[in-house]
Design a protein around this ligand. Sequence first.
Ligand SMILES: C[S@@+](CC[C@H](N)C(=O)[O-])C[C@H]1O[C@@H](n2cnc3c(N)ncnc32)[C@H](O)[C@@H]1O
Length: 166
Amino acid sequence: MECHVYYEGDDDPDKCTARRLEKFDRAILHRSMRQVPYGVVLNPHAEQALSPADAEDGLGTLVALDCSWESAEEASFSMNGVHRALPFLVAANPINYGRPFQLTTVEALAGALRIFGEAEAAADLLEPFRWGETFLTLNEEPLDRYAACTDSSDIVAVQDDYLADE
Ligand SMILES: C[S@@+](CC[C@H](N)C(=O)[O-])C[C@H]1O[C@@H](n2cnc3c(N)ncnc32)[C@H](O)[C@@H]1O
């Protein structure tokens, strides 16, 4: 599955995970919205949770928006595609370690790949990051359970187990 990122460029370039993905040839960055291909769009505002059932709908393409969280409002996600929110997963990056839902671009893309059953691709994407493997170990149990789900309602039922512990 190809990973594409619409790059807004308003976040600290030194900490930006999308730029590092581009540097290590793990993702294709687009500076113009028109260039972003149709795909499964990782959108935290989406009504439906991502599930394995979405794997075919993106025509082999995953899309994220790399911008600051301040500008990641609903209107910014105007890409063409199937919009999905990730279920409960916690960040492993040093800035937001342990925080649920607010993932970096690479964590979001890797989480989606893992839910789609593409464990090797997820590990490969995270490989250029010091804390990359930690994201997979920290979230191993929910990721295994999400990857075994059939659809979005299954995912939400699994997620409820983790939200109940928050
Ligand atoms: C707001 S940007 C922040 C990127 C950060 N500056 C970096 O360097 O990675 C993170 C992007 O990852 C995706 N993402 C993060 N958490 C998500 C979630 N819970 N559900 C869906 N997508 C999510 C979205 O595409 C979101 O715009």
